[in-house]
Ligand binder design. Structure first.
Ligand code: GH3
Ligand code: MG
Ligand code: MG
Ligand code: MG
Length: 301
């Protein structure tokens, strides 16, 4: 999940730099402006940068605005960015084509600044609401870290990436030891607070920015480690286990220690066509079970 920059960012796409300048002049006070003078350049920018709205010229040599819109809308990474076409009056008959391609709106040349600002403000506001909802739908309400849905989506994405790049993928599944007894001893509210503290520490303990930590279920958390081999995953899991113990959250009823501890199952695979993802997940689960059976507060790989 990317952090929202302060101001919304608008990508202006037009083959004529004078047009870009004119539009930017109207919008630069309120928005951060990015510019591209061709369709391919626009796609590159939309993939590389956080873009909240695209203002797209229709008539451009080579790849025109329609084709560019189609490409933006068919790429999972850019398809949710709203597109507003900027067209000369004599192109009005083509408006429906733009809508069919997923454009959100049109503004007609010659540009009337107040109209442009109003349409842009509408589109940007809608995009902000959508972003907020999307973030909410991927976030665990209690701990604020990624939720199970985000984990599923992330694993799917990174499984496919790993197949393409022929890189290993590791999973660490962790479960708080004797957590039912923790609730029984300190109360459910304290249990919730404990989950928050553990989640916060897990998220901070991530080895790389590309790792994902999510709440898997009740008192279970999962760490997805792209491009990480078994050795790396084991190192991370041991570090996480130590860091949770180092939080020193008192747990007088625990039968392994006097503080909150976690058991962790780790597994690594080289995703390829024909490798069963469910079997991989089952292996992690079995290793977690082995860590529990082996005495808890331990890592099993
Ligand atoms: P083990 O060491 O075998 O993992 O024992 P355990 O007690 O942790 O395992 P068990 O699965 O029996 O109990 C999990 C407990 O986690 C039971 C449930 O009340 C608690 N739990 C699950 N979700 C939440 C939550 O959101 N808040 C709180 N406070 N407790 C939760
Ligand atoms: Mg043009
Ligand atoms: Mg459990
Ligand atoms: Mg447990």
């Amino acid at each position: 999940m990317r952090a929202q920059p302060q101001r919304s960012r608008i990508l202006i796409v037009d083959d004529a730099p004078a047009n870009i300048k004119a539009l930017a002049g109207i919008l630069a006070e309120q928005y951060e402006i990015l510019a591209a003078t061709s369709g391919p350049e626009a796609l590159k920018t939309a993939l590389a940068e956080q873009v909240d709205l695209v203002l797209l010229d229709v008539n451009m040599p080579g790849q025109d605005g329609y084709e560019t819109c189609q490409k933006l809308k068919s790429n999972g990474q850019t398809q949710r960015i709203p597109v507003i076409f900027v067209t000369a009056m004599d192109e009005v008959t083509h408006e429906t084509r733009g809508f069919e391609l997923g454009a959100m709106d049109y503004v007609a040349k010659p540009i009337i600044p107040a109209i442009l600002k109003a349409r842009v403000a509408n589109a940007v506001q809608l995009k902000q609401q959508q972003d907020k909802l999307e973030l909410l739908s991927m976030t665990d309400g209690l701990t604020g870290i990624a939720n199970r849905r985000r984990y599923e989506e992330f694993l799917e994405q990174h499984w496919l990436l790993a197949v393409r790049a022929a890189t290993p993928l590791s999973l660490a599944l962790m479960d708080i030891d004797y957590f039912k007894l923790y609730n029984d001893t300190y109360g459910h509210g304290a249990g919730d607070e404990c989950l928050r503290l553990v989640a916060e520490r897990l998220d901070a303990a991530r080895g790389r920015a590309t790792d994902l930590v999510a709440r898997y279920g009740g008192e279970e958390f999962v760490c997805v480690l792209p491009n990480t081999d078994g050795h790396g995953a084991l190192l991370l899991a041991e570090r996480v286990r130590n860091e949770i113990r180092a939080l020193a959250i008192p747990h007088s009823a625990s039968q392994t220690d006097d503080c909150v501890t976690v058991s962790i199952g780790v597994a690594t695979t080289l995703p390829r066509p024909g490798v069963d993802r469910e079997a991989f997940i089952k292996a992690v689960d079995q290793n977690l079970y082995a860590a529990k059976a082996g005495g808890r507060n331990r890592v099993e790989a």
